[in-house]
Design a binder for this molecule. Structure first.
Ligand code: ATP
Length: 452
Protein backbone atom coordinates (compact mmCIF):
# COMPACT_ATOMS: atom_id res chain seq x y z
CA UNK A 1 0.00 0.00 0.00
CA UNK A 2 1.26 3.48 -0.84
CA UNK A 3 2.12 5.47 2.32
CA UNK A 4 -0.28 8.39 2.76
CA UNK A 5 1.24 11.84 2.41
CA UNK A 6 -0.53 13.07 5.51
CA UNK A 7 -2.76 11.64 8.27
CA UNK A 8 -5.66 14.02 8.76
CA UNK A 9 -8.43 14.19 11.36
CA UNK A 10 -11.37 16.44 10.41
CA UNK A 11 -13.60 17.68 13.22
CA UNK A 12 -16.96 19.37 12.69
CA UNK A 13 -20.30 18.96 14.45
CA UNK A 14 -22.03 19.20 11.06
CA UNK A 15 -21.85 15.73 9.61
CA UNK A 16 -22.73 16.88 6.10
CA UNK A 17 -19.82 19.31 6.05
CA UNK A 18 -17.48 16.47 7.09
CA UNK A 19 -18.74 14.37 4.18
CA UNK A 20 -18.14 17.20 1.72
CA UNK A 21 -14.56 17.75 2.89
CA UNK A 22 -13.94 14.03 2.89
CA UNK A 23 -15.12 13.80 -0.70
CA UNK A 24 -12.92 16.70 -1.83
CA UNK A 25 -9.80 15.51 0.00
CA UNK A 26 -10.20 11.81 -0.81
CA UNK A 27 -8.88 12.52 -4.33
CA UNK A 28 -5.46 13.18 -2.82
CA UNK A 29 -3.27 10.55 -1.20
CA UNK A 30 -4.29 11.35 2.39
CA UNK A 31 -5.42 9.11 5.22
CA UNK A 32 -8.57 10.71 6.64
CA UNK A 33 -10.68 10.20 9.75
CA UNK A 34 -13.86 12.17 10.50
CA UNK A 35 -15.34 13.07 13.89
CA UNK A 36 -18.57 14.95 14.53
CA UNK A 37 -18.73 14.50 18.29
CA UNK A 38 -16.59 17.32 19.75
CA UNK A 39 -15.88 15.50 23.03
CA UNK A 40 -14.71 12.35 21.26
CA UNK A 41 -12.82 14.57 18.85
CA UNK A 42 -10.78 16.07 21.67
CA UNK A 43 -9.56 12.63 22.77
CA UNK A 44 -8.91 11.48 19.20
CA UNK A 45 -7.03 14.62 18.25
CA UNK A 46 -4.33 13.85 20.84
CA UNK A 47 -3.33 10.71 18.95
CA UNK A 48 0.17 11.39 17.66
CA UNK A 49 -0.50 9.52 14.42
CA UNK A 50 -2.26 12.61 13.00
CA UNK A 51 -0.07 15.11 11.17
CA UNK A 52 -2.95 17.53 10.69
CA UNK A 53 -6.19 18.33 12.53
CA UNK A 54 -8.76 20.40 10.64
CA UNK A 55 -11.25 21.60 13.23
CA UNK A 56 -14.34 23.76 13.24
CA UNK A 57 -13.95 26.78 15.50
CA UNK A 58 -17.41 27.01 17.02
CA UNK A 59 -18.96 23.78 18.30
CA UNK A 60 -21.16 22.87 21.26
CA UNK A 61 -19.27 22.14 24.53
CA UNK A 62 -15.78 22.36 23.07
CA UNK A 63 -14.25 25.04 20.87
CA UNK A 64 -11.69 24.62 18.12
CA UNK A 65 -9.35 26.85 20.15
CA UNK A 66 -9.49 24.40 23.05
CA UNK A 67 -8.66 21.53 20.70
CA UNK A 68 -5.79 23.58 19.25
CA UNK A 69 -4.29 24.21 22.69
CA UNK A 70 -4.55 20.58 23.78
CA UNK A 71 -3.13 19.25 20.50
CA UNK A 72 -0.19 21.64 20.55
CA UNK A 73 0.50 20.72 24.14
CA UNK A 74 0.32 16.97 23.52
CA UNK A 75 1.98 16.78 20.10
CA UNK A 76 3.81 19.95 19.13
CA UNK A 77 4.54 18.53 15.66
CA UNK A 78 0.86 18.06 14.76
CA UNK A 79 -0.50 21.01 12.78
CA UNK A 80 -3.98 22.48 13.15
CA UNK A 81 -6.07 24.29 10.55
CA UNK A 82 -9.12 26.09 11.90
CA UNK A 83 -12.24 26.17 9.73
CA UNK A 84 -14.69 28.94 10.46
CA UNK A 85 -17.55 31.07 9.20
CA UNK A 86 -17.20 34.79 8.41
CA UNK A 87 -18.49 35.81 11.83
CA UNK A 88 -15.54 34.34 13.70
CA UNK A 89 -12.55 35.55 11.71
CA UNK A 90 -11.17 37.45 14.72
CA UNK A 91 -11.06 34.23 16.70
CA UNK A 92 -9.40 32.46 13.82
CA UNK A 93 -6.66 35.10 13.81
CA UNK A 94 -6.34 34.53 17.54
CA UNK A 95 -5.87 30.82 16.76
CA UNK A 96 -2.93 31.60 14.46
CA UNK A 97 -1.28 33.47 17.33
CA UNK A 98 -1.73 30.35 19.45
CA UNK A 99 0.07 28.17 16.95
CA UNK A 100 -2.54 27.12 14.34
CA UNK A 101 -1.02 26.51 10.90
CA UNK A 102 -3.71 28.57 9.15
CA UNK A 103 -7.46 29.10 8.95
CA UNK A 104 -10.00 28.48 6.27
CA UNK A 105 -13.33 30.22 5.71
CA UNK A 106 -16.00 27.63 5.14
CA UNK A 107 -17.89 29.48 2.42
CA UNK A 108 -14.71 29.95 0.33
CA UNK A 109 -13.60 27.72 -2.52
CA UNK A 110 -12.36 24.38 -1.04
CA UNK A 111 -9.33 24.75 -3.36
CA UNK A 112 -8.00 27.23 -0.77
CA UNK A 113 -8.01 24.47 1.83
CA UNK A 114 -6.38 22.03 -0.57
CA UNK A 115 -3.70 24.65 -1.27
CA UNK A 116 -3.01 25.08 2.47
CA UNK A 117 -2.72 21.32 2.93
CA UNK A 118 -0.32 21.00 -0.01
CA UNK A 119 1.78 23.77 1.50
CA UNK A 120 1.91 21.77 4.72
CA UNK A 121 2.95 18.59 2.88
CA UNK A 122 5.82 20.55 1.32
CA UNK A 123 6.95 21.91 4.69
CA UNK A 124 6.78 18.43 6.29
CA UNK A 125 8.87 17.01 3.45
CA UNK A 126 11.50 19.71 3.97
CA UNK A 127 11.46 19.09 7.72
CA UNK A 128 11.99 15.37 7.15
CA UNK A 129 14.82 16.04 4.76
CA UNK A 130 16.47 18.32 7.31
CA UNK A 131 16.07 15.70 10.00
CA UNK A 132 17.57 13.09 7.71
CA UNK A 133 20.53 15.32 6.85
CA UNK A 134 21.01 16.13 10.52
CA UNK A 135 20.97 12.49 11.54
CA UNK A 136 23.42 11.73 8.72
CA UNK A 137 25.80 14.46 9.81
CA UNK A 138 25.59 13.20 13.41
CA UNK A 139 26.28 9.77 12.11
CA UNK A 140 30.00 9.66 11.79
CA UNK A 141 31.51 6.74 9.95
CA UNK A 142 32.99 4.25 12.37
CA UNK A 143 35.52 1.54 11.84
CA UNK A 144 33.41 -1.59 12.00
CA UNK A 145 35.34 -3.91 9.76
CA UNK A 146 37.17 -6.67 11.56
CA UNK A 147 39.44 -9.64 11.00
CA UNK A 148 38.25 -11.26 14.20
CA UNK A 149 35.86 -14.22 14.00
CA UNK A 150 34.08 -13.54 17.30
CA UNK A 151 33.56 -9.86 16.48
CA UNK A 152 32.24 -10.63 12.99
CA UNK A 153 29.72 -13.04 14.51
CA UNK A 154 28.53 -10.24 16.80
CA UNK A 155 28.33 -7.88 13.83
CA UNK A 156 26.17 -10.38 11.94
CA UNK A 157 23.73 -10.62 14.84
CA UNK A 158 23.65 -6.82 14.98
CA UNK A 159 22.75 -6.56 11.30
CA UNK A 160 19.87 -9.02 11.69
CA UNK A 161 18.64 -7.50 14.93
CA UNK A 162 18.74 -3.97 13.50
CA UNK A 163 16.00 -4.74 10.96
CA UNK A 164 13.55 -5.83 13.66
CA UNK A 165 11.87 -3.57 16.15
CA UNK A 166 13.05 -5.66 19.11
CA UNK A 167 14.52 -4.10 22.24
CA UNK A 168 18.26 -4.63 22.28
CA UNK A 169 20.60 -4.82 25.26
CA UNK A 170 24.28 -4.11 24.52
CA UNK A 171 26.80 -5.49 26.98
CA UNK A 172 30.52 -4.91 27.15
CA UNK A 173 33.31 -3.23 29.08
CA UNK A 174 33.65 0.52 29.17
CA UNK A 175 34.94 1.92 25.88
CA UNK A 176 34.24 -1.10 23.65
CA UNK A 177 31.91 0.99 21.50
CA UNK A 178 28.42 0.32 22.87
CA UNK A 179 27.18 3.78 21.86
CA UNK A 180 28.82 3.36 18.45
CA UNK A 181 26.92 0.08 18.04
CA UNK A 182 23.64 1.65 19.13
CA UNK A 183 23.91 4.36 16.51
CA UNK A 184 25.01 1.78 13.92
CA UNK A 185 21.90 -0.32 14.70
CA UNK A 186 19.76 2.79 14.26
CA UNK A 187 21.41 3.55 10.91
CA UNK A 188 20.56 0.05 9.65
CA UNK A 189 16.99 0.07 10.95
CA UNK A 190 13.74 1.12 9.31
CA UNK A 191 13.89 4.20 11.52
CA UNK A 192 17.16 5.43 10.03
CA UNK A 193 15.62 8.62 8.70
CA UNK A 194 14.24 9.49 12.10
CA UNK A 195 16.09 10.66 15.21
CA UNK A 196 18.59 8.76 17.36
CA UNK A 197 18.38 10.04 20.94
CA UNK A 198 21.09 8.93 23.38
CA UNK A 199 20.67 9.41 27.14
CA UNK A 200 23.35 8.63 29.69
CA UNK A 201 21.52 7.34 32.77
CA UNK A 202 24.64 7.61 34.90
CA UNK A 203 25.30 11.30 34.42
CA UNK A 204 22.12 12.59 36.12
CA UNK A 205 20.53 12.33 39.55
CA UNK A 206 17.35 10.27 39.82
CA UNK A 207 14.96 13.26 39.72
CA UNK A 208 16.77 14.96 36.89
CA UNK A 209 16.93 11.76 34.86
CA UNK A 210 13.21 11.18 35.30
CA UNK A 211 12.42 14.68 34.09
CA UNK A 212 14.97 14.35 31.27
CA UNK A 213 13.21 11.20 30.09
CA UNK A 214 9.56 12.05 30.64
CA UNK A 215 9.60 15.85 30.49
CA UNK A 216 7.77 18.04 32.97
CA UNK A 217 5.04 20.64 33.23
CA UNK A 218 5.95 24.15 34.26
CA UNK A 219 5.97 24.37 38.09
CA UNK A 220 5.65 20.60 38.66
CA UNK A 221 8.69 20.74 40.97
CA UNK A 222 11.00 23.48 42.17
CA UNK A 223 13.30 24.22 39.29
CA UNK A 224 10.74 23.33 36.62
CA UNK A 225 10.60 26.88 35.32
CA UNK A 226 9.32 25.91 31.91
CA UNK A 227 7.38 23.04 30.40
CA UNK A 228 9.87 20.63 28.90
CA UNK A 229 9.59 17.82 26.41
CA UNK A 230 11.27 14.61 27.54
CA UNK A 231 13.64 12.38 25.59
CA UNK A 232 10.95 9.71 25.09
CA UNK A 233 8.84 12.25 23.27
CA UNK A 234 11.79 13.57 21.25
CA UNK A 235 12.53 9.99 20.22
CA UNK A 236 9.05 9.58 18.71
CA UNK A 237 9.33 7.45 15.55
CA UNK A 238 13.09 7.05 16.12
CA UNK A 239 15.45 5.20 18.46
CA UNK A 240 16.03 5.90 22.14
CA UNK A 241 19.40 4.77 23.52
CA UNK A 242 19.62 4.42 27.30
CA UNK A 243 23.30 4.10 28.17
CA UNK A 244 24.40 2.80 31.59
CA UNK A 245 20.94 1.36 32.28
CA UNK A 246 22.42 -0.57 35.21
CA UNK A 247 22.75 2.76 37.02
CA UNK A 248 19.00 3.49 37.20
CA UNK A 249 17.16 3.25 40.53
CA UNK A 250 14.57 0.51 41.18
CA UNK A 251 11.92 3.24 41.23
CA UNK A 252 12.80 4.50 37.79
CA UNK A 253 13.08 0.94 36.46
CA UNK A 254 9.45 0.38 37.54
CA UNK A 255 8.39 3.55 35.72
CA UNK A 256 10.37 2.65 32.61
CA UNK A 257 8.84 -0.83 32.62
CA UNK A 258 5.33 0.67 32.59
CA UNK A 259 6.31 2.96 29.73
CA UNK A 260 7.65 0.03 27.72
CA UNK A 261 4.46 -1.93 28.31
CA UNK A 262 2.01 0.86 27.46
CA UNK A 263 4.20 2.81 25.03
CA UNK A 264 2.65 5.86 26.63
CA UNK A 265 4.22 8.63 28.67
CA UNK A 266 2.97 11.32 30.99
CA UNK A 267 5.02 14.43 31.65
CA UNK A 268 5.82 14.95 35.35
CA UNK A 269 2.95 17.05 36.70
CA UNK A 270 0.58 16.27 33.83
CA UNK A 271 -2.20 13.74 33.53
CA UNK A 272 -2.40 13.73 29.77
CA UNK A 273 -0.81 10.57 28.45
CA UNK A 274 0.73 10.47 25.05
CA UNK A 275 1.37 7.50 22.81
CA UNK A 276 4.99 7.30 21.72
CA UNK A 277 6.45 5.05 19.07
CA UNK A 278 10.12 4.33 19.73
CA UNK A 279 12.70 1.60 19.47
CA UNK A 280 14.71 1.00 22.62
CA UNK A 281 18.38 0.12 22.86
CA UNK A 282 19.99 -0.12 26.31
CA UNK A 283 23.61 -0.63 27.28
CA UNK A 284 25.57 -1.38 30.40
CA UNK A 285 28.95 -2.61 31.58
CA UNK A 286 27.40 -3.96 34.77
CA UNK A 287 26.43 -7.56 35.41
CA UNK A 288 22.64 -7.18 35.43
CA UNK A 289 22.00 -10.84 36.27
CA UNK A 290 24.16 -10.46 39.36
CA UNK A 291 22.29 -7.25 40.20
CA UNK A 292 18.97 -9.12 39.90
CA UNK A 293 20.28 -11.69 42.39
CA UNK A 294 21.09 -8.99 44.93
CA UNK A 295 17.81 -7.16 44.21
CA UNK A 296 19.29 -3.99 42.74
CA UNK A 297 17.84 -4.64 39.27
CA UNK A 298 14.26 -5.67 38.46
CA UNK A 299 13.98 -9.02 36.76
CA UNK A 300 10.77 -8.12 34.86
CA UNK A 301 12.43 -4.95 33.56
CA UNK A 302 15.49 -6.96 32.51
CA UNK A 303 13.32 -9.30 30.44
CA UNK A 304 11.62 -6.32 28.78
CA UNK A 305 14.82 -4.64 27.64
CA UNK A 306 16.74 -7.77 26.66
CA UNK A 307 14.77 -9.29 23.78
CA UNK A 308 18.10 -9.48 21.98
CA UNK A 309 21.32 -9.37 24.00
CA UNK A 310 24.54 -8.48 22.21
CA UNK A 311 27.88 -8.72 23.95
CA UNK A 312 30.70 -6.72 22.41
CA UNK A 313 34.12 -8.31 22.99
CA UNK A 314 36.90 -6.21 24.56
CA UNK A 315 39.74 -4.98 22.35
CA UNK A 316 42.26 -7.38 23.92
CA UNK A 317 40.24 -10.29 22.49
CA UNK A 318 40.47 -8.90 18.95
CA UNK A 319 44.13 -7.98 18.75
CA UNK A 320 44.19 -8.62 15.00
CA UNK A 321 42.17 -5.38 14.63
CA UNK A 322 44.56 -3.16 16.60
CA UNK A 323 46.76 -2.10 13.67
CA UNK A 324 43.69 -1.12 11.57
CA UNK A 325 42.37 0.93 14.49
CA UNK A 326 45.74 2.65 14.87
CA UNK A 327 45.67 3.70 11.21
CA UNK A 328 42.01 4.68 11.40
CA UNK A 329 42.53 6.93 14.43
CA UNK A 330 45.74 8.45 13.06
CA UNK A 331 43.85 9.42 9.92
CA UNK A 332 40.87 10.80 11.83
CA UNK A 333 42.93 12.73 14.38
CA UNK A 334 45.53 14.07 11.96
CA UNK A 335 42.63 15.33 9.85
CA UNK A 336 41.02 17.03 12.85
CA UNK A 337 44.26 18.51 14.15
CA UNK A 338 45.66 19.27 10.67
CA UNK A 339 48.91 17.49 11.63
CA UNK A 340 50.22 15.31 8.87
CA UNK A 341 51.71 11.98 9.94
CA UNK A 342 54.23 10.31 7.67
CA UNK A 343 55.71 7.66 9.91
CA UNK A 344 55.01 5.66 13.02
CA UNK A 345 57.91 4.04 14.84
CA UNK A 346 57.75 0.22 14.82
CA UNK A 347 58.14 0.04 18.60
CA UNK A 348 54.86 1.93 18.99
CA UNK A 349 52.94 -0.66 17.00
CA UNK A 350 54.71 -3.51 18.79
CA UNK A 351 53.92 -1.99 22.17
CA UNK A 352 50.25 -1.39 21.37
CA UNK A 353 49.88 -4.90 19.94
CA UNK A 354 51.04 -6.26 23.26
CA UNK A 355 49.08 -3.95 25.50
CA UNK A 356 45.85 -5.12 27.20
CA UNK A 357 43.69 -1.98 26.81
CA UNK A 358 41.57 -2.01 29.98
CA UNK A 359 39.85 1.11 28.56
CA UNK A 360 39.32 -0.59 25.17
CA UNK A 361 38.82 1.42 21.97
CA UNK A 362 38.40 4.67 23.89
CA UNK A 363 41.82 4.16 25.46
CA UNK A 364 43.45 3.38 22.12
CA UNK A 365 41.87 6.49 20.64
CA UNK A 366 43.16 8.61 23.54
CA UNK A 367 46.67 7.21 23.15
CA UNK A 368 46.72 7.93 19.42
CA UNK A 369 45.38 11.42 20.02
CA UNK A 370 48.23 12.08 22.43
CA UNK A 371 50.81 10.64 20.02
CA UNK A 372 49.55 12.71 17.09
CA UNK A 373 49.48 15.89 19.15
CA UNK A 374 53.03 15.30 20.44
CA UNK A 375 54.42 14.16 17.07
CA UNK A 376 57.13 16.25 15.43
CA UNK A 377 58.06 16.28 11.75
CA UNK A 378 55.18 13.88 11.07
CA UNK A 379 56.71 11.08 13.17
CA UNK A 380 54.84 9.21 15.88
CA UNK A 381 57.44 8.30 18.46
CA UNK A 382 57.74 5.57 21.07
CA UNK A 383 59.12 8.07 23.57
CA UNK A 384 55.79 9.96 23.49
CA UNK A 385 53.78 6.97 24.68
CA UNK A 386 52.24 7.52 28.12
CA UNK A 387 53.30 5.26 30.96
CA UNK A 388 50.76 2.54 30.38
CA UNK A 389 51.58 0.03 33.02
CA UNK A 390 51.30 1.97 36.22
CA UNK A 391 50.80 -1.01 38.48
CA UNK A 392 54.36 -2.04 37.72
CA UNK A 393 56.73 0.73 38.80
CA UNK A 394 59.13 1.38 35.99
CA UNK A 395 62.55 1.77 37.62
CA UNK A 396 63.75 3.95 34.76
CA UNK A 397 61.15 6.54 35.62
CA UNK A 398 62.01 7.49 39.18
CA UNK A 399 65.11 8.65 40.89
CA UNK A 400 66.57 6.10 43.32
CA UNK A 401 66.87 8.70 46.08
CA UNK A 402 63.13 8.95 46.87
CA UNK A 403 61.76 8.17 50.31
CA UNK A 404 59.04 5.52 50.41
CA UNK A 405 56.40 8.21 50.88
CA UNK A 406 57.69 10.22 47.92
CA UNK A 407 57.67 7.09 45.81
CA UNK A 408 54.06 6.33 46.81
CA UNK A 409 53.00 9.86 45.93
CA UNK A 410 54.82 9.61 42.62
CA UNK A 411 53.14 6.34 41.66
CA UNK A 412 49.73 7.39 42.99
CA UNK A 413 49.76 10.51 40.84
CA UNK A 414 50.65 8.53 37.74
CA UNK A 415 47.96 5.96 38.43
CA UNK A 416 45.25 8.56 38.99
CA UNK A 417 46.27 10.31 35.76
CA UNK A 418 46.09 7.02 33.95
CA UNK A 419 42.63 6.09 35.24
CA UNK A 420 41.35 9.62 34.54
CA UNK A 421 42.65 9.33 31.02
CA UNK A 422 41.02 6.03 30.17
CA UNK A 423 37.75 7.29 31.62
CA UNK A 424 37.84 10.44 29.53
CA UNK A 425 38.23 12.56 32.68
CA UNK A 426 34.83 11.45 33.94
CA UNK A 427 35.12 12.15 37.69
CA UNK A 428 32.37 9.79 38.82
CA UNK A 429 33.67 6.83 36.86
CA UNK A 430 37.26 7.48 37.91
CA UNK A 431 36.34 7.79 41.58
CA UNK A 432 34.31 4.59 41.29
CA UNK A 433 37.19 2.73 39.68
CA UNK A 434 39.61 3.95 42.37
CA UNK A 435 37.04 3.19 45.05
CA UNK A 436 37.33 6.68 46.57
CA UNK A 437 34.74 9.48 46.81
CA UNK A 438 34.55 12.24 44.21
CA UNK A 439 35.64 14.70 46.88
CA UNK A 440 38.74 12.63 47.65
CA UNK A 441 39.46 12.49 43.93
CA UNK A 442 39.14 16.28 43.57
CA UNK A 443 41.51 16.75 46.53
CA UNK A 444 44.07 14.42 44.94
CA UNK A 445 43.79 16.23 41.59
CA UNK A 446 44.45 19.54 43.36
CA UNK A 447 47.21 18.16 45.52
CA UNK A 448 49.05 16.58 42.58
CA UNK A 449 48.20 19.43 40.18
CA UNK A 450 46.85 16.95 37.64
CA UNK A 451 45.75 18.63 34.41
CA UNK A 452 43.57 17.38 31.61
N1 ATP B 1 34.21 0.93 15.90
C1 ATP B 1 34.63 2.13 16.24
N2 ATP B 1 35.11 2.97 15.32
C2 ATP B 1 35.56 4.20 15.65
N3 ATP B 1 35.56 4.69 16.89
C3 ATP B 1 35.10 3.89 17.86
C4 ATP B 1 34.61 2.58 17.59
N4 ATP B 1 34.20 2.02 18.75
C5 ATP B 1 34.41 2.93 19.71
N5 ATP B 1 34.95 4.06 19.18
C6 ATP B 1 35.32 5.29 19.92
O1 ATP B 1 35.69 4.92 21.23
C7 ATP B 1 35.09 5.77 22.21
C8 ATP B 1 34.21 4.95 23.14
O2 ATP B 1 33.10 4.42 22.42
P1 ATP B 1 31.64 4.32 23.07
O3 ATP B 1 31.30 5.57 23.84
O4 ATP B 1 30.71 3.86 22.02
O5 ATP B 1 31.93 3.16 24.13
P2 ATP B 1 30.97 2.60 25.27
O6 ATP B 1 31.14 1.12 25.28
O7 ATP B 1 29.58 3.13 25.07
O8 ATP B 1 31.64 3.23 26.56
P3 ATP B 1 30.95 3.47 28.04
O9 ATP B 1 30.59 2.11 28.57
O10 ATP B 1 32.08 4.10 28.81
O11 ATP B 1 29.78 4.36 27.82
C9 ATP B 1 34.33 6.84 21.43
O12 ATP B 1 35.17 7.96 21.28
C10 ATP B 1 34.09 6.19 20.07
O13 ATP B 1 34.00 7.16 19.07
Amino acid sequence: MKKSLLNILIIDDEKEYLDVLNLILSKENYYIELESNPKKALVKSLDAKFDLIITDLVMPNISGLEILEKVKDANPHTEVIISTGYGSINNAVEAIKKGAFSYFIKSHDPEELIFEIKKLVKIKKLENKNRFLLSKSNNRIFNLSSKNYEFNKVLNTVKKAAKSNANILLLGESGVGKEVFASYIHSLSQRKEEVFIPVNCHALSETLLESELFGHEKGSFSGAIETRIGRFESAHKGTLFLDEIGDTSLNLQAKLLRTLEDKKIEKIGSNISKKIDFRLICATNKDLLEMIKNSSFREDFYFRISTIVIEIPPLRRRKEDISDFINYFIKEISNDTKKEIVKIENEVIAFLQDYNFPGNIRELKNIIERLVVLSENGIIRYSDLPDLNPSLPSTSNFKANLTLKEFRVYEEKKYIEYILNINNFNMTKTAEKLNISRRQLFNKINEYKIKK
